[in-house]
Design a protein around this ligand. Structure first.
Ligand code: AMP
Ligand code: MG
Length: 408
């Protein structure tokens, strides 16, 4: 087995889907299995560790979808009916007395014997307090049947589901106060580059502020990861070895920068010495060079350093990898088709992820798509995916990946 996969034909660019398939296969081979049993309030963004099987019918009994009157259809002949009981949500009704109706409110159990609820807007209350109806009545109308949402024994959420407000609400509706979730992935973030300095310090000659660290640490935190912020790593082999070795027990080392085949690729050297390394030239733009390997058994993903490249490669490759390590199956971000409002006359040999927006139903892109320009993504609402080898005329359709998708 080659644990780091095959880098593709020499010189050829590795298609994005092939790189993703290799990363996901490696994630499948190293699943995080430890579980935490957490209160629902602590589960947002985490991954469900065990199937959630319903132990309830939901709703547990037929209940009214309206404020109105519960009736036995056979009893309604056109003659006004006596109201024999009032049933509020939270009450347990008596069986419906023959020849009567019941006043009922939304969410209240439908009394035994009733087979129809008519809304109060279609009811007339007479001076003697009997009630008649202005519209024809139908069997089962306005009754939410027992078990319409789920029944005992049904699989409601599968292990590997990412939990958000809706899934947590569903678990709550079934009476769960805690869920078993996969423990947080521990991710060490390293920013490589002698030119980097942290914000807040004065900028020296040749220096730039470290922005990738902030992007990745905030993003990983949002994803429910435990972030070990390992700071800036200078372009130096000794320090690279020492820093990688000192990270302790982590599930992933995520670095940025120093992955081009430049002379300052010390990450690659360290991996070659103490693990293994795949250097990929991806058919992706921005973000061609990507490193995957292991350092003393710990998986390492080295993203390219240009801020827009870091963003795109994290969104399309590292994020799915991290989700899959937790057992999430559907790791690809949602894409939807939109017509383009710009022209793309020259086909590229890499798949482009242009930072764009949808305005008046058409995708438009930021004026400067340089991989060094993070502002393009601040302006954007998503990535416009332009496949390799394609040209576009106004109105042609492309995939759009909302940033909100990848930032969840
Ligand atoms: P590298 O991948 O190290 O060759 O870096 C590519 C480009 O990204 C260079 O212009 C770097 O200065 C820049 N860069 C690398 N890391 C960062 C970072 N953490 N924050 C901002 N820019 C970076
Ligand atoms: Mg560098």
């Amino acid at each position: 087995m080659n644990p780091v996969g095959k880098p593709g034909k020499t010189g050829a660019l590795l298609p994005v889907e092939d790189a993703l398939a290799q990363l996901l296969a490696m994630a499948d081979a190293a699943p995080i299995r430890e579980q935490d049993a957490l209160l629902l309030a602590e589960c947002d963004g985490r991954v469900l560790a065990q199937d959630l099987i319903s132990t309830l019918d939901l709703p547990p009994w037929p209940n009214s979808a309206m404020d109105g009157y519960a009736v036995r259809l056979a009893d309604w002949t056109g003659e006004p009916l006596v109201v024999s009981q009032r049933i509020f949500a939270g009450q347990a009704p008596q069986p419906l007395a023959a020849g009567t109706c019941a006043r009922i409110f939304t969410g209240a159990p439908v009394p035994e014997g009733a087979d129809c609820v008519e809304m109060q807007e279609n009811a007339v209350v007479h001076a003697d307090e009997r009630v008649s109806f202005t519209e024809p009545l139908h069997l089962d109308q306005n009754i939410r049947p027992q078990g319409q949402e789920t029944t005992v024994g049904e699989l409601v959420l599968s292990a590997g589901t990412r939990l958000g407000p809706i899934e947590l609400g569903l678990a709550a509706s079934l009476g769960h106060d805690r869920l078993a979730v996969i423990r947080r992935p521990r991710v060490a973030v390293l920013s490589t580059g002698d030119e980097l300095i942290e914000p807040g310090l004065p900028l020296g000659p040749g220096q730039i502020y470290n922005s990738n660290r902030r992007v990745l640490c905030s993003w990983l935190t949002r994803m429910g990861c435990e972030v070990i912020d390992a700071g800036i790593l200078p372009d130096d082999l000794e320090q690279t070895r020492a820093r990688l070795g000192g990270l302790g027990r982590v599930d992933l080392i995520l670095s940025t920068g120093g992955v081009s085949v430049g002379e300052a690729d010390f990450l690659g050297i360290a991996l070659r010495e103490e693990g293994e390394l795949a250097l990929w030239k991806l058919a992706i733009k921005p973000g061609k060079p990507l490193t995957f390997g292991h350092f003393r058994g710990v998986p390492v993903i080295g993203l390219p350093g240009n801020p827009a490249s870091t963003l795109v490669t994290f969104a399309l490759l590292a994020r799915p990898y991290l989700l899959r390590r937790q057992g999430v199956q559907d790791v690809e971000p949602l894409r939807f088709e939109v017509p383009v409002g710009f022209e793309w006359p020259k086909p590229g040999n890499r798949r482009e992820y242009l930072r764009g927006r949808v305005e008046q139903g058409k995708a438009i892109i930021y004026r400067n798509q340089s991989s060094g320009v993070l502002r393009s993504a601040a302006w954007a609402e998503g990535f416009v995916e332009v496949l390799e080898g394609t040209t576009l005329a106004i109105g042609d359709r492309v995939n759009f990946i909302p940033l909100s998708e990848v930032f969840s």
